[in-house]
Write a protein that binds this ligand. Structure first.
Ligand code: NAD
Length: 312
């Protein structure tokens, strides 16, 4: 197949693009490099720098494409509270621009990278796709809006659309920016550099940490399976892990006991773990990498941690 991946120079995009070219597909990437880095893309991937909200750019990029993965987005929950308008512009506006350009060019298949944050606080776990979303941040709200546009415009324009609600992905290649960093690589970095680790809330809150290779297999299956069309599908590990447990696992793989500071500020939703029934049924999806092994691989394969280990 011929694919376009928006946001394909980011953490998940690079992993997906490289997986697809390794499996014989032709892949183009469109990314504005606001946070992405194309250096890790396989040479066979055709990279272009551009904004996903720019429809004429999309017209060019969509030529000859059979399926689009829409990953371009602003992705930090805490940052979205500071800049809701920007999150709306990119995450919602970018999705609408893409769908309109797909209609214009005649590209029919699209897979949206949505997020488990749309569930918010729920009365019971694990969360399944039929639950009513309860967004707790502009980021989560932007992802629900993107899903709604995907299926509304998808129906109107005759598109074959699927949305994957991805849980807390982690793995090699994930950035650890100075602010609003994702928790798994941030804690690993702190453990290695001997700094203290700040947990917001009491650390009993749970999340579903899913290794990047599992996410990539879910994404790949979603574009290649008829049954995914018109569906929202959870992609997670199905394992519920508290932040305290994450710290214990990181201590085990690094051999270092990080100092933990509890910050009394709000730590997000109290529990979040994926019900994977639909992913199993429709995509034959089965997560393969458990947290301990995923952290080991992150430590072994990501150069930013390799250098840190060597320096320690
Ligand atoms: P990322 O920040 O590494 O990747 C996003 C990419 O989009 C970056 O390369 C960035 O430069 C690009 N981008 C941002 N604005 C753009 C614009 N206007 N035009 C073109 N490119 C733009 O994030 P990621 O973790 O790889 O996430 C990829 C997608 O998966 C996002 O849509 C995110 O919301 C979703 N997702 C990720 C996770 C996770 O845990 N990583 C969980 C749920 C959903």
């Amino acid at each position: 197949m011929r694919y376009l991946i928006t946001g394909g120079a980011g953490f998940l995009g690079v992993a997906l693009a490289n997986h697809l070219v390794n499996n014989g597909h032709a892949v183009r990437v469109l990314d504005d490099l606001s946070t992405g880095d194309p250096a890790r893309l396989d040479r066979r991937v055709l990279f272009s720098r551009g904004d996903v909200r720019n429809v004429p750019t999309l017209w060019t990029q969509l030529q000859e494409v059979e399926c689009v993965y829409h990953l371009a987005a602003r992705v930090a929950v805490s940052e979205s509270i500071l800049y809701p308008q920007e999150y709306n512009d990119v995450n919602v506006g970018g999705t609408v621009a893409l769908l309109a350009a797909m209609r214009d060019v005649g590209v029919r298949r699209v897979v949206l990278a949505s997020s488990a944050t749309v569930y918010g606080e729920q009365p019971s776990q694990p969360v399944h796709e039929a639950l009513r979303p309860n967004p707790g941040s502009p980021y989560a709200a932007s992802k629900i809006a993107a899903e709604q546009y995907l299926f509304t415009l998808g129906k109107l324009y005759g598109l074959e659309a699927a949305a994957l609600r991805i849980f807390n992905a982690y793995g090699p290649g994930q950035r650890v920016p100075p602010a609003h960093a994702p928790v798994a690589p941030l804690f690993l970095k702190r453990a290695l550099d001997g700094g203290s680790l700040v947990i917001h809330g009491d650390g009993r809150q749970t999340r579903d940490f899913v290794y990047v290779d599992d996410v990539v297999r879910g994404l790949a299956a979603a574009s290649q399976t008829e049954a995914a069309v018109g569906q929202i599908i959870n992609i997670g590990s199905g394992e519920e892990t508290s932040l305290r447990e994450l710290v214990r696992q990181i201590a085990a793989v690094t051999g270092r006991e990080p100092a933990v500071l509890n910050n009394t500020s709000q730590g997000g939703v109290s529990r979040l773990v994926a019900d994977l029934s639909r992913a199993r049924q429709l995509l034959d999806y089965q997560p393969r990498t458990q947290l301990r092994e995923g952290l080991r691989q992150l430590l072994a394969k990501d150069p930013q941690f390799g250098q840190q280990r060597a320096a320690a």
